[in-house]
Ligand binder design. Structure first.
Ligand code: MG
Length: 266
């Protein structure tokens, strides 16, 4: 019996030491990279790629970030596109068709990416980088936000990307809509105005709040850990702030400087 215990302990130790990836604190069956780096809008900055471009996503995957974040909006003809701002090349995305929007390429020559194309690029040769999909609140209001959440969920299913994707939003109703479609989806809330206990009750898996929110509510860090919630923070670029987040034991750090954070992890 004692020998069995020793052998199983040794096996567990070998497995732990040999893994460069780890099971995440979520219901996902995926084994993502064990570092904390979530590339904000992809790994765009160091190489001068456009934010939210496929080039920045592929760079985050090449670097081995544990996640690459991007923003999703919907055009007038209900095409899902990846863009941070509500406008693209001076055109209001929600009031313009995709055919019109695609006439203006990104600065590296890429077309404005559709969510379909982005997910396809994100699944290619990617075993360690989760796709952190932010659904932007719709400027047209709650009803269109709900439609946007529905369409995004349908596209993720169609693209067979469900196990790679974790959803984030400032719009709490968008997250609850996703959870009504599938209670197992991994969601993180961005807006900083709900306690860890409230999020856990709603089935939201994580907090992804601004750095300042945690400094104003430091008890939320331990509360989240005690409740088994995922702790993420945005958008942390200054070395002293990155180091503070590491010391506090955050699971993820969303940053424009993923190279710096990865260097600290090695
Ligand atoms: Mg974002």
């Amino acid at each position: 019996m004692q020998l069995l215990k020793i052998i199983s302990a040794a096996l567990a130790l070998m497995l732990f030491a040999g893994c460069s990836v780890t099971q995440v604190k979520s219901s996902s069956p995926m084994l993502f990279a064990s570092n904390k780096a979530i590339a904000h809008r992809g790994a765009f900055k160091k190489n001068g790629f456009p934010e939210n471009s496929i080039a920045s996503l592929r760079e985050a995957i090449r670097l081995g970030c544990t996640g690459s974040e991007f923003d999703v909006r919907m055009t007038a003809d209900e095409v899902l596109v990846v863009n941070h701002d509500p406008h693209h090349a001076g055109m209001d995305i929600e009031k313009t068709t995709y055919a019109q929007l695609r006439t203006k390429p990104l600065s590296n020559g890429e077309e404005l990416p559709t969510l379909e194309a982005y997910l396809k690029a994100g699944l290619q040769d990617n075993k360690s980088t989760r796709l952190v999909l932010e659904i932007k609140p719709s400027p047209a209001g709650n009803e269109r936000g709900q439609l946007l959440a529905q369409r995004v969920w349908e596209q993720v299913r169609k693209s067979k990307a469900g196990t790679w994707v974790e959803y984030i939003s400032f719009d709490y109703a968008i997250l609850t809509k996703l959870l009504s479609l599938d209670p197992k989806v991994v969601t993180h809330y961005l807006n900083g105005d709900k306690s860890p206990a409230d999020l856990q009750t709603a089935g939201v898996k994580g907090l992804d709040y601004n750095y300042k929110v945690y400094q104003q509510n430091p008890q939320w860090i331990n509360d989240a850990k005690a409740l088994g919630l995922i702790l993420n923070v945005w958008t942390v670029n200054e070395p002293s702030q990155v180091e503070w987040c590491i010391r506090q034991g955050f699971d993820f750090i969303t940053t424009n400087e993923p190279e710096y954070l990865l260097q600290l992890s090695r």
